[in-house]
Design a protein around this ligand. Structure first.
Ligand code: GAP
Length: 515
């Protein structure tokens, strides 16, 4: 299936099965804003819970908070967002489309890199066993020349962004002969900086003094509460503060469904450490976060690290965990070594000491910070993309096959865990099924349905990722057994009603994901 089609299919699947709707759709929607439907909200809550538990339950030195979205406006001066939270934007005069200049250049570089990869793949096939990939990459003239271009463009962009040199950003686009993917022309405007924060007015004050911002990251709510939590929780360094919540960015290019939204949710953790220990902790958190992703059981090849070329204004070192979305490898999570940038600046702007007194050494210092930051909506998209499967399955007619769409979501995170389905809506089967439903609803989120053929009902549960279906038939009334059907294998087993609760509980134990 073509990649483009797969992504479109996923988007329409999300709408059709109550996962995601365009915001205020009856008014034709609002660009890059989405609502979560009845199944979407369950999956989103479950992903959040997986993150929250792994941060605050598994680490005795990490606690959570829930800070307000509105913050004192000086927060954003101190954090650097007023001055530096900009994206370089460029317009194509023919298509009238707007792009991030750095993204256009990054896409160009990615194309060069995939040219090298194709060259290597071809050679691998040709030379077979004896092929030495790293030797080939460093000696084949075409690979060497393309890599030289990649390095040169990357270095130029890094310099231009660091020096805030927008004329040079435009020159790179011109020199690389980058064309607008829509109009196919090189008729570009100059590159301009654009601040991404949404502003609004506080109370009745309409002058500039009343202007506040919708937070563009949740992290600052953690920084300004650093001492409150440290003192009241008697936390000793190293320790972390975790938070999930909404963030807002006036994204220039807001495409690709819930990948880049203007209102989204973040799950962030700031880990406060002693200065000088940042390299070790940075590596450790990279590893820990990658493990968290891999525990979900999707192919490991779908994840990779990508070191940042362009460091955010607060970062000393930064990398992304990239995920293979239907439109290619893209950032899913960021891990940043922020030094004392934030606490140091808040000290300066607030005039309040934000230091930690180390009882062992007797010294006070402004801690350094390692941050892990993941978008909940982006994680949702990763989960749906990785679990969306279209399969051929046998039908009751011999030799005939049908197609089923199944979301192979890890059982614990699925919106509905157990579907309770009487085979037919008569002969006392609904009553027996309701009895089982009423018992199971205290164990996990269940769904009861009696309309339609059993095959159709299974398909609908597959499509929302329900891992277990219990079918109640006439035999149930005789021997108190039900059929449990497993979503991924479609295997069915007869088990006694008495055992259902224990079996499901065992499969839905958080230990399965967290341990
Ligand atoms: N506090 C650091 C910070 O906000 P970031 O790399 O700008 O870092 C962190 O954002 C994560 O938030 C990203 O890796 C991504 O998953 C998510 N994110 C950022 N902008 C987003 C947007 N417009 N829509 C959806 N998710 C977004």
């Amino acid at each position: 299936m073509a990649e483009r089609d797969l992504f479109k299919e996923i988007i329409s699947h999300c709408k059709e099965y109550g996962f995601i709707f365009p915001s205020s759709e009856i008014y034709d929607g609002l660009s890059a804003v989405y609502d979560y439907g009845q199944n979407g909200v369950e999956l989103k809550n479950n992903i959040r819970e997986y993150w929250w538990r792994s941060m605050t339950q598994l680490h005795e030195n990490i606690v959570g908070i829930d800070a307000a979205i509105f913050m004192h406006p000086t927060t954003w001066k101190a954090s650097g967002h007023v001055d530096a939270f900009n994206d370089p934007l460029i317009d194509n005069k023919d298509s009238k489309k707007r792009y991030r200049a750095d993204t256009l250049i990054e896409d160009y570089v990615a194309k060069l890199e995939s040219k090298i990869d194709k060259e290597v793949e071809k050679a691998k096939k040709k030379f077979g066993e004896s092929f030495d990939e790293s030797l080939y990459r460093t000696t084949n003239p075409r690979c060497v020349e393309t890599q030289r271009k990649v390095d040169e463009v990357n270095a130029r962009m890094k310099r231009a962004l660091e020096q805030n040199d927008m004329a040079e950003m435009k020159q790179i686009i011109v020199d690389c002969e980058i064309v607008d993917p829509v109009s196919g022309t090189r008729n570009w405007t100059d590159v301009r900086q654009f601040n991404l924060m949404f502003a609004t007015q506080l109370g009745a004050v309409s002058e500039e003094a009343g202007t506040i911002f919708l937070r563009p990251e949740t992290a600052q709510g953690i920084f300004v509460n650093f001492l409150n939590v440290q003192k009241t929780g008697r936390m000793k360094i190293p320790f972390g503060i975790a938070q999930t919540g909404k963030a807002f960015r006036n994204e220039i290019v807001a495409r690709q469904f819930i990948f880049r939204m203007r209102e989204f949710e973040q799950m962030e953790m700031q880990f406060f450490i002693k200065p000088g220990t940042e390299e070790g902790w940075y590596q450790q958190w990279k590893e820990t976060r990658m493990q968290w992703h891999k525990r979900l059981g999707f192919p490991e090849t779908m994840y990779r690290f990508h070191d940042h070329l362009k460091l955010a204004h607060y970062a000393k070192a930064a990398c992304d965990i990239e995920f293979q979305f239907p439109f290619g490898f893209k950032e899913l999570e960021g891990i940043h070594s922020r030094g004392d940038f934030d606490l140091g600046n808040h000290e300066q702007y607030s005039g309040k000491k934000l230091q930690y007194f180390d009882p062992e050494s007797g010294e006070s210092y402004v801690p350094y910070v390692i941050e892990t930051s993941i978008g909940l909506d982006r994680m949702f998209l990763a989960m749906i993309s990785a679990s969306y499967t279209v399969e051929k399955v046998p039908t009751s007619v011999e030799g005939e096959e049908a197609t089923r769409v199944v979301l192979k979501i890890p059982a614990l995170l699925a919106p509905v865990k157990v579907a309770v389905l009487p085979l037919v809506a008569k002969d006392g089967l609904p009553e027996k099924a309701k009895e089982i439903f009423n018992r199971m609803k205290f164990v996990c989120r269940c769904f009861y349905e009696e309309k339609d053929t059993i095959g159709r009902r299974y398909r609908r549960q597959d499509a929302i990722g329900t891992p277990y279906a219990l079918t109640i038939d006439h035999q149930t009334l005789q021997d108190n057994t039900v059929t449990i059907r497993y979503r991924d294998t479609m295997k069915q087993e007869r088990i006694s009603v008495e055992r259902v609760e224990a079996i499901v509980k065992e499969k839905l134990d958080w230990k399965n994901l967290l341990a």
